[in-house]
Design a protein around this ligand. Structure first.
Ligand SMILES: [Zn+2]
Length: 271
């Protein structure tokens, strides 16, 4: 057993609340101590490993929903969640129902704030398959499985962008590549992020030549991270792709920054 001493008595005995932590872990909303406990439990638990595989494609999917959307005013994920109401006829995938139930139960005795965050995240997840199917109608494989298609789409969009700006921070070692596209409404971006571990919440910020700032998009990094090349977990080896948009004209942008919600700069990308 790799479970830390003292853990088994307090948490897992006679109930399966630890197994239920997998949903919260996937969404990156476990606090660091709980995430560590869960990570210690994971290698020895086939149930959690299977669930993790099933659910692991969902956080990147949140970011993919911004694809092709014109820039919104204000924080992107919250607006996406309210703007993209799932069509009434769209059944929510069983895995998502279970995720919401598990995670809500997991946090019922904890912070209310977490539940609001989860509600927004799950609304976006449920909207995802409908958006993905709409985007893929016409040609290409018709699939609304959570995970791979969304990542693939972002990858393709990223490959299609001609201007790419790339930087690696000497201190954090985080690598970011920002694809930019000048639009009538401003600037469209596709961010590829590598070598970043969570749990973290991040913004992509555009800084103009006169020092003005605009947040293009935000996202969460789960504990296992993104673009970790030597990670034993396949999902952690994949980069994160996030779409964003700013009203700022492309020619006015001096540089981009990836920042945590607490204000730490992970990497600066000169434009
Ligand atoms: Zn388990």
């Amino acid at each position: 057993m790799t479970t830390p001493p003292g853990y088994g008595e307090g948490y897992a005995q006679g109930n399966d609340s630890l197994h239920d932590a997998v949903g919260a872990y996937v969404l990156g909303v476990l606090d660091p101590a709980d995430a560590s406990v869960f990570e210690a439990h994971l290698p020895g638990c086939a149930l959690c490993t299977a669930r993790l595989d099933e659910l692991s494609g969902m956080p990147p999917m949140l970011a993919m929903l911004a694809q092709e959307a014109p820039p919104q005013t204000g924080p992107v994920p919250r607006l996406q969640a309210t703007r993209m109401e799932p069509p009434a006829a769209t059944p929510s995938p069983p895995a998502l129902d279970r995720l919401l139930n598990e995670v809500t139960a997991q946090h019922a005795r904890r912070r209310k704030r977490t539940r609001y965050m989860l509600a927004a995240a799950v609304a976006m997840i449920i909207a995802g398959p409908a958006v993905a199917v709409a985007a893929m109608s016409g040609d290409g494989p018709r699939t609304n499985q959570a995970g791979q298609p969304q990542v693939g789409q972002a990858d393709a969009a990223f490959d299609g962008v001609t201007e790419k700006l790339r930087a690696t921070d000497a201190a954090t070692k985080v690598t970011a590549t920002v694809g930019t596209e000048k639009k009538a409404w401003g600037t469209r971006t596709v961010l590829e992020l590598k070598n970043v571990k969570g749990p973290l919440k991040c913004n992509l910020v555009a800084v103009s030549t006169s020092g003005e700032e605009e947040v293009l998009t935000s996202w969460a990094v789960p504990a296992w991270g993104y673009g970790i090349e030597d990670s034993p977990q396949e999902m952690a080896r994949k980069p994160l792709y996030v779409h964003g948009g700013a009203a700022m004209d492309r020619n006015d942008i001096d540089h981009f920054e990836v920042r945590t919600f607490t204000g730490e700069r992970l990497v600066k990308i000169p434009a």
